[in-house]
Design a protein around this ligand. Structure first.
Ligand SMILES: Nc1ncnc2c1ncn2[C@@H]1O[C@H](COP(=O)(O)OP(=O)(O)O)[C@@H](O)[C@H]1O
Ligand SMILES: [Mg+2]
Length: 423
């Protein structure tokens, strides 16, 4: 079958790599794609939110399945767009309905969903400018640190952890007056959870589910988890501290009630659920957030450990046969290290020539922000490449990824040399 993949980052290069390993894939198209996805199929210059453009592409190329990488088209309703179109309604989209995507698209929606279905998460309240005063007095009664979250999508920048009540009140006012645009016209105020984070990934048809390999990502730019937040600077799968007992607890207390919640709320959900978790000091595990798609860079560490044919997995998900699947998990650990442009996540320059990828044979190098110009590979984003290594010993996987991150060169290259430092 012809498959269309939407997106253009390291996650999508990884999907392209994995999808084209399937005998069921005849031709892969990626829109808009990057030089990494171009190694596995044809890139088509259509933006992920250009639904009419995507429709034309699907009809013209006889696409029979659409796999959605990033959250924005899901939150904007690409699933429903297909379902409501006579020519597209029979073409499966791997990704939730607009309603389901609210789990990521609205923090208030996802908190209410968790409370409604008894899924452990931090206590919270939501406010708009209509009840600003109430919000301020609510803040005064809370402990510090205190967490403020813009309700809507804010590209990973909408969460503030405030160390004083004064700071929280100030930020709260600013958020409601448009600090993150529309995204912060509603603000969720949340209790701070102290612990260690990891993520689980679930593939579901809204009724049955399968758990994919788990991962831990590294969000801060600086070593020792310091400095500004980024899209993610590295990932380890599986996180070595996650035990079978913990996974059992997550499945019973979090995954099962989540899927049951889809049923009870009549949420149409065919696709990935990313569940961000916090392991508290007392051993309790709570949900930090849901995302309605796979993570980036977690995908670069998770998919290389997935033994199954991913297109077959998608087909079975769409056909309601997910319960017949056995997930095959590579026992080796995977470690991904991101190479970023100097200055990222602040201002950075693009267009630097990249060398050294071809000499690497013991890691997989996925493209994130790259571009080809005059036959040369150049940098084209903050996060440029993802280097993934697999090894029985996770420390060895870290060493190999570090070694190869060192070998690749471009002006201003930066990477964290301490991925896994806390494990
Ligand atoms: N209640 C909380 N307690 C402690 N840390 C939190 C809490 N909520 C969020 N965080 C931290 O902020 C990060 C971003 O929050 P998250 O809800 O995942 O939003 P997003 O990924 O949309 O920016 C989390 O990965 C976590 O490190
Ligand atoms: Mg998050």
């Amino acid at each position: 079958m012809n498959i269309l993949l939407l997106g253009s980052g390291g996650r999508e290069h990884t999907f392209a790599w994995k999808i084209t390993q399937s005998k069921l894939c005849t031709q892969l198209f990626t829109a808009p794609g990057n030089p990494g996805t171009a190694q596995f199929g044809i890139n088509i210059n259509v933006e992920v939110t250009d639904f009419e453009g995507i429709k034309n592409l699907v009809l013209e190329k006889n696409v029979e399945m659409v796999v959605v990488g990033p959250e924005v088209p899901l939150v904007e309703g690409i699933y429903d767009f297909f379902l409501e179109d006579d020519q597209l309604k029979n073409i499966p989209v791997i990704g939730p309905s607009k309603n389901g995507a609210q789990l990521e698209g609205s923090k208030a929606f996802s908190k209410a969903f968790m409370i409604r279905h008894n899924i452990p998460t931090a206590a919270y309240k939501e406010f708009t400018s209509e009840n600003l005063e109430e919000g301020l007095s609510y803040i005064e009664k809370q402990n510090i640190p205190i967490v403020l979250k813009a309700d809507g999508l804010a590209a990973g920048k909408g969460v503030l952890i405030c160390q004083s009540i004064e700071e929280a009140k100030e930020e709260f006012r600013e958020m409601l007056s448009g600090k993150f645009g529309d995204a912060s016209s509603k603000v969720v105020i949340e209790e701070f959870m102290d612990g260690i984070e990891f993520s689980v990934f679930v593939l579901t048809d809204g009724k049955d589910y399968k758990i994919l390999p788990s991962a831990k990502d590294y969000k801060r730019i600086g070593e020792g988890d310091s400095g500004l937040n980024t899209g993610g600077m590295g990932a380890v799968s599986p996180p070595p501290f996650v035990t079978d007992d913990m996974m059992k607890m997550v499945e019973e207390k979090i995954i099962q009630p989540t899927i049951a919640g889809f049923q009870k709320d009549k949420i149409v959900y065919i696709g990935f659920v990313y569940i961000g978790l916090m392991v508290l000091k007392n051993g309790e595990i709570k949900v930090v957030e849901y995302n309605c798609r796979m993570g980036d860079p977690e995908t670069e560490a998770v998919l290389p450990r997935l033994g199954n044919d991913i297109v077959e997995l998608f087909s079975k998900t769409v056909n309601g046969e997910l319960s017949t699947v056995n997930i095959q998990e590579d026992q080796r650990a995977a470690v991904t290290i991101i190479l970023s442009s100097g200055g990222y996540p602040g201002d950075f320059e693009k267009g630097k020539v990249i060398n050294g990828i071809d000499e690497i044979n013991d890691s997989i190098v996925f493209h994130a922000g790259t571009k080809t110009e005059n036959g040369k590979l150049i940098t084209n984003g903050g996060r440029v490449l993802a280097v993934t290594s697999l090894h029985e010993n996770w420390k060895e996987a870290i060493r190999i990824s570090n070694k190869n991150a060192e070998k690749i060169s471009f002006e201003g290259k930066y990477f964290r040399r301490d991925i896994g430092f806390d494990l």
